[in-house]
Design a protein around this ligand. Structure first.
Ligand code: SF4
Length: 245
């Protein structure tokens, strides 16, 4: 059985914790989180660059930090991960990253040990779950990355994958926007993929409360105009941009 490669918290342990979901359709729900390491994209504003921007990786990031891989990744068996999650006593599990669907094998093994827990997966929408993982998923939070993320659209917006998630009633889309022009790109994607009404969230990019509040001032009327839901980032207001929260 392969290990899960997890991100680490400030103590160096696997980043597994209980908190309120801060974003998207389940915002405010008490959940257990597990954050997996590694990502196939490289967003310039990624707030979890410690999951992928290791020393030697020169893909651009606004902070310019190169993380020590040994200090920021930890291998954990599916059994140990499941035991840590079960000990948190939550009904629902959010599997996040990084890009967690890069580790479907050990994820399926972990979920097999947690047969009753509800499962929410946060993905960038470029890959899909194996059947053993997919059958356990109650909700996908799909966050396709727009041009301002700095990713090549050929890597970040894969038509077959977007089609797949657009057809799945378990999938909600959450677009990170940094300027009003980004909403035009979301509207073009909506026209192309016909996302379900009520399944599209726009969320301001920001890792501090002042930035989020300022951007929400222009974002909220755009949501109202186009029928999108607006997502806050509640954990940023509560805890700041910190690990394990
Ligand atoms: Fe970070 Fe998510 Fe972008 Fe990956 S897809 S670089 S985890 S924001």
């Amino acid at each position: 059985m392969a290990d899960l490669i997890c991100a680490t918290d400030d103590s160096g342990a696997a980043e597994i914790f209980a908190s309120l979901q801060g974003e998207g359709p389940s915002a405010g729900v008490p959940v257990a989180f597990i954050r997996l390491s590694r990502c196939n994209l490289a967003c310039t504003w990624c707030d979890t660059a410690y999951t992928w921007r290791f020393e030697g990786d020169n893909r651009p990031h606004r902070d310019g930090v190169a993380y020590d891989r040994k200090a920021n990744q930890i291998a954990l068996s599916p059994e140990k991960a499941a035991a840590k999650i079960a000990a948190l006593g939550q009904k629902r599990l959010v599997i996040t990253g990084g890009e967690p669907l890069m580790q479907c094998g050990p994820l399926a093994d972990m979920l097999a040990i947690l047969p009753d827990i509800e499962v929410e997966i946060e993905t960038n929408g470029t890959t899909k779950a194996s059947s053993h993982v997919d059958i356990r998923v109650d909700q996908y939070n799909v966050s396709p990355k727009l041009a301002h993320s700095g990713n090549d659209a050929a890597l970040a917006l894969i038509p077959e994958r977007l089609d797949f998630y657009a057809c799945d009633p378990r999938a909600f889309f959450k677009f990170v926007v940094a300027s009003p022009q980004d909403v035009d790109e979301v509207l073009a994607l909506q026209r192309e993929y016909r996302f379900r009404p009520g399944h599209v969230f726009l969320m301001a990019e920001g890792t501090d409360s002042a930035t989020l509040r300022a951007r929400q001032q222009w974002l909220s009327p755009l949501c109202l105009e186009h029928g999108f839901r607006m997502s806050d980032r509640m954990h940023i207001h509560l805890y700041g941009d910190t690990r394990g929260t």
